[in-house]
Design a binder for this molecule. Structure first.
Ligand SMILES: Cc1cc2nc3c(=O)[nH]c(=O)nc-3n(C[C@H](O)[C@H](O)[C@H](O)COP(=O)(O)OP(=O)(O)OC[C@H]3O[C@@H](n4cnc5c(N)ncnc54)[C@H](O)[C@@H]3O)c2cc1C
Length: 438
């Protein structure tokens, strides 16, 4: 398809956010009688799903300590549940298990879920948690766990399949998705508004608005917009912390073991919920070698070819080379031992699974903001940025909200993620989780 000289709405990035925005915007325009999908073009330098959305483990959960994240996630789950077939969404639920230090955070999360009507249950006390988990998996044996949040909504989706589901929805609304179009520069007018994008295949004028959904390439677009690479942050106490890096990179540690997927089922044979286990019990390999005696955590789910999951990400110290994405050396050398030891710690059926660890295409880098939470906001008068700080495959509903904002509505769900929060000191509360995203 040839490049248009101008498009009313230009969306950059065909990952979960760019595609969801384009699809929902097309629907908004059509149902309001103010346009159609033909007014939208999505520019993708590679192909749909070639960024983080196509490598994500695909976990969909609401376990967020921050009220704004929890409420936004509820809206996102609503979108997943609206068309499970097209999104290849598996509504198996999600279980978060924590050590005593996390009890109050997880209980607060549960209370908020109750208030907003998100279906979940809370189990507190080591013996009760153990009994709950044994009622699902007879060979459950994890130690150092005193709290369990069992979300009866959420689960996971198959990453590339859901991306292709969104592509089909966009196409059904006449949205043009142009692959192989690399945005190299943004043209800004004297008022800062975007007038055009320069690509490897020519220039496209921006008729009304530009939406940026670049995933891990966030910093490159930040630079193209001339936005500051370091920022001052006002803490909720009123202190100002100066010159904090706006962008840092973390390397997501994920892998797979090649067991029979059906061997990972609940006692009644049904598909298991996604499990996230944090524990302060010493972790050993099956051979008895100590892996760690500090708080550790893993997550895992049944996949098509076995069991897939990950552990805490690692900060990447230097500027990363993002292309090609993901990098081939994307997990730390110690990750397979740790993750397999933890799987075996959780369920006896995974004893010896280290031998079945697969060097599959998994793991990858994410771009994190200064407070590790998303920025969803206008960053120039007509440039809306969806910079999700790597929270976001699960956030399929952000595009629905952004579409409303683009046609002029206010989104109370997106407001807490405005860029101004850093100077206003309106930051999100921080939990005791060892992860940068909980
Ligand atoms: C290993 C890993 C596991 C994860 N697991 C989960 C999970 O289980 N659950 C969850 O909720 N989240 C998960 N995440 C986070 C999630 O994948 C991301 O937050 C989300 O996919 C980001 O979506 P996006 O649309 O913003 O970006 P992407 O999917 O990265 O899409 C951005 C697109 O923009 C394109 N692009 C970039 N630059 C340009 C340019 N100059 N011109 C044109 N196109 C360009 C890219 O090619 C890419 O296709 C994980 C992330 C990683 C790395």
């Amino acid at each position: 398809m040839s490049l248009p000289t101008i498009s009313r709405y230009v969306v950059v990035g065909a990952g979960i956010h760019g595609l969801s925005t384009a699809y929902h915007l097309a629907k908004e325009l059509r149902t309001r009688g103010i346009g159609s999908g033909a007014d939208i073009v999505v520019l993708e330098k590679s192909s749909p799903g070639s960024g983080a959305s196509g490598i994500a483990c695909g976990v969909v959960r609401n376990n967020y300590f921050q009220p704004a994240m929890s409420e936004l996630m509820q809206a996102c789950v609503e979108v997943w549940e609206s068309d499970p077939a097209a999104y290849h969404y598996n509504s198996v639920g999600y279980i978060a298990l924590g050590a005593s230090v996390q009890e109050s955070d997880i209980a607060a999360t549960f209370e908020r879920q109750e208030q907003i009507g998100y279906r979940s249950e809370l189990i507190v006390g080591a013996a009760k948690v153990d009994a709950h988990m044994k009622s699902l998996f007879a060979d459950w044996r994890a130690k150092g766990v005193t709290v369990c949040l069992h979300e009866h909504q959420g689960g996971f989706a198959f990453n590339m399949d859901s991306v292709m589901g969104l592509v089909a929805k966009c196409e059904s609304e006449d949205v043009a998705i142009l692959s192989g179009v690399d945005v190299e520069e943004l043209e800004l007018g004297s008022d800062g508004a975007a007038t055009a994008v320069q690509t490897n295949r020519g220039r496209i004028g921006v008729g009304e608005q530009l939406v940026l959904a670049p995933g891990p390439w966030a910093k490159q677009f930040w630079a193209m917009l001339g936005l500051p690479m370091t920022i001052d942050i006002r803490t909720p106490e009123g202190d100002v912390v100066r010159n904090q890096p706006m962008w840092t990179y973390w390397n997501l540690q994920e892998g797979e073991v090649g067991v029979d997927p059906l061997a990972f089922a609940t006692v009644n044979g049904s598909a298991p919920p996604v499990i996230h286990l944090d524990s302060d019990a010493p972790l050993h390999t099956d051979d008895g070698e100590v892996v760690t005696d500090e708080l550790w955590g893993i997550y895992f789910k049944r996949d098509r070819h076995g069991v897939q999951g990950g552990a805490s990400p690692l900060v990447v110290e230097d500027e990363v080379q993002l292309d090609p994405y993901p990098q081939t050396t994307n997990v730390d050398a110690g990750f397979p031992d740790m993750w397999c030891a933890a799987l075996s710690h959780a369920l006896a059926r995974f004893e010896g699974c280290r031998a079945l660890y697969k060097d599959a295409r998994s793991g990858g880098v994410g771009a994190f903001t200064a407070d590790n939470f998303p920025v969803f906001d206008y960053v120039k008068p007509n440039v809306y940025a969806i910079l999700d700080s790597n929270h976001g495959y699960k956030m399929i509903g952000v595009g629905r909200e952004v579409a409303k904002v683009i046609v002029g509505e206010h989104s109370s769900l997106l407001y807490p993620f405005r860029f101004e929060r850093f100077t206003a000191g309106d930051l999100h509360p921080v939990s005791h989780s060892p992860y940068p995203w909980s």
